[in-house]
Design a protein around this ligand. Sequence first.
Ligand code: NAD
Length: 318
Amino acid sequence: MSSAIRFDNRVAIVTGAGGGLGRGYALDLAARGASVVVNDLGGSFDGKGSSSSMADAVVAEIKAAGGKAVASYDSVSTSAGGKAIVESALDAFGRVDVLVSNAGSLRNAPIDELPDDTLDAMIEVHLKGAFNVARPAFRLMKQQGYGRIVFASSAAGMLGNEQQAAYGAAKAGLVGLMNILSLEGAPHGVKANALLPTAMSRMAAAMDPKLMESAGALYAALGDKLGNSADPSFVTPLVVYLCSEACDSTHSIYSSTLGRYARAFLSMGEGWVGPRMEAPRAEDIASHWAEICEKKGAVELASLMDEFAVVARQLTAG
Ligand SMILES: NC(=O)c1ccc[n+]([C@@H]2O[C@H](COP(=O)([O-])OP(=O)(O)OC[C@H]3O[C@@H](n4cnc5c(N)ncnc54)[C@H](O)[C@@H]3O)[C@@H](O)[C@H]2O)c1
């Protein structure tokens, strides 16, 4: 058994911590000694309305269990909101060590029926929302030489899910943010990872009924094997580990799905090395298509420069 994972003297911000997955992260971090900013706008699953009651309830729960927490009701969707969330950590606890960028809402539509306001709302809350909080938090982490950030991305964007173009694209964008923040944070002790969670939360219940039907059928087919694994609490341990000093991982994507925890990665095949002096024609691409698509010999890539290094090795080999 590994030694206990503790967050004594650490300050954590969890956005969207008034319910669902975020609530579980905030409760566990606080139970392990962290001082927690419980941020939640307190609106509906689709991001409409606001109230202080969701964040307040989680703060009360943490305090009742002997933990330390303050509520924040700012929206992550604006730059001013992001700054205010980080300010509330500084005001209450004097530093920021951990950020779980988790707040979000859901609106689904087929691409050809996607209204502008849905597209804007999804980009604002998920993609810009993460930037809005991560930028001021990152500055502090860089200064102090320590930080842990987890971005809640989604398989809907990284793998694809019908009707979720706006949500999925915004979520996939978070992997781009994580890739770059983790490289820039590496010399300063700041580690960042992305999460692909799955859990039966309020948001999941608001999915398209057809999608819910397929998920329901899968769950039913699993019977006893499903156990309680669709509960948000099953995602918590992975996130808490990624937020801890014990975690050395950075620049990675992790999935938590029905109690199965796994790293996801981007790899590239050896491909076809074309002519050197004159660019090939589209017909050459067509005739080498099988080599271009071959998975054998694929390697994992950790940055844009990694890909150049691989191609340079291929060109100079033999
Ligand atoms: N549940 C899943 O299966 C699943 C799958 C993939 C990704 N996710 C992501 O995980 C995160 C948590 O989702 P959840 O399932 O717990 O849903 P949830 O709706 O229960 O929780 C999201 C929380 O974010 C809050 N929020 C919404 N807009 C906000 C804003 N502008 N500022 C601050 N808070 C705001 C909501 O009030 C809510 O409490 C989300 O980012 C979601 O996209 C969830």
